[in-house]
Ligand binder design. Structure first.
Ligand SMILES: Nc1ncnc2c1ncn2[C@@H]1O[C@H](COP(=O)(O)OP(=O)(O)OP(=O)(O)O)[C@@H](O)[C@H]1O
Ligand SMILES: Nc1nc2c(c(=O)[nH]1)N[C@H]1C(S)=C(S)[C@@H](COP(=O)(O)O)O[C@H]1N2
Length: 179
């Protein structure tokens, strides 16, 4: 019988205070809870918490993509305009190709909730067989943004040769044009 292999998903919290233990990280667990709801195929989280330092974020993204083999990596935090917000820069630095449509759609969805949605510079891109997607730091933004873009994520990962992800159609209808 074929062995069922759980797909690794990187969950990267970028927060100075959460990384120092000054507050409990609600971002990483929020992403895990959302994925538990959305995904129907076997998966496991590889979670990390790092400070808002571009080199540290980039190193974590490279490790999750190249060593841990995560087909999907979700970051939370560090996407705003403050001087220490550098998650988009770290993402661009490690990606071969950017997918600006992700940021555009996530900001549009968030704008229905808060006018400050336009302050997020969140983006997405691919590194080898990994798709990296930035989410804002506010834990409440995680579900809003994932619900907006997740229908396109499994097909995107198919196209770059990553793992096959299935969603629970009652929660999220993944769209595969060639299926
Ligand atoms: N990982 C997290 N867990 C819980 N709350 C968070 C987390 N990240 C952000 N927040 C909340 O969202 C707010 C905005 O997030 P932002 O990423 O701008 O944080 P920040 O003010 O730059 O500080 P830090 O980097 O220390 O989290 C924070 O002030 C905090 O209330
Ligand atoms: N859905 C949603 N998107 C949101 C927010 C939010 O509360 N909900 N906060 C905004 C604010 S106030 C900022 S500054 C930016 C960047 O946040 P970050 O630096 O924590 O990533 O995300 C924006 N996007």
């Amino acid at each position: 019988m074929a062995e069922v292999v759980a797909s690794a998903v990187g969950v990267l919290t970028v927060s100075d205070r959460a990384s120092r233990g000054e507050y409990e990280d609600k971002g990483g667990p929020g992403i895990v809870a959302a994925l538990s709801d959305i995904l129907a195929s076997p998966w496991r989280a590889v979670a990390r918490v790092v400070p808002d330092e571009q080199d540290v974020i980039a190193a974590a993204l490279i490790d999750l993509a190249d060593r841990e083999g995560c087909s999907l990596i979700l970051t939370t935090g560090g996407t705003g305009p403050a001087p220490r917000d550098v998650t988009p820069e770290a993402t661009e630095a490690v990606c071969e190709r950017m997918l600006p449509g992700f940021g555009e759609l996530m900001r549009t969805a968030s704008l229905r909730e808060v006018p400050t949605a336009i302050l997020s510079r969140q983006t997405a891109g691919t590194r080898g067989r990994s798709l990296i997607v930035n989410l804002p730091g506010k834990p409440s933004a995680i579900r809003t943004c994932l619900d907006a873009v997740f229908p396109a994520i499994p097909y995107c990962i198919d196209l770059i040769g990553g793992d096959r992800f299935e969603t629970d159609p009652a929660v999220c209808k993944a769209f595969r044009p060639k299926a």
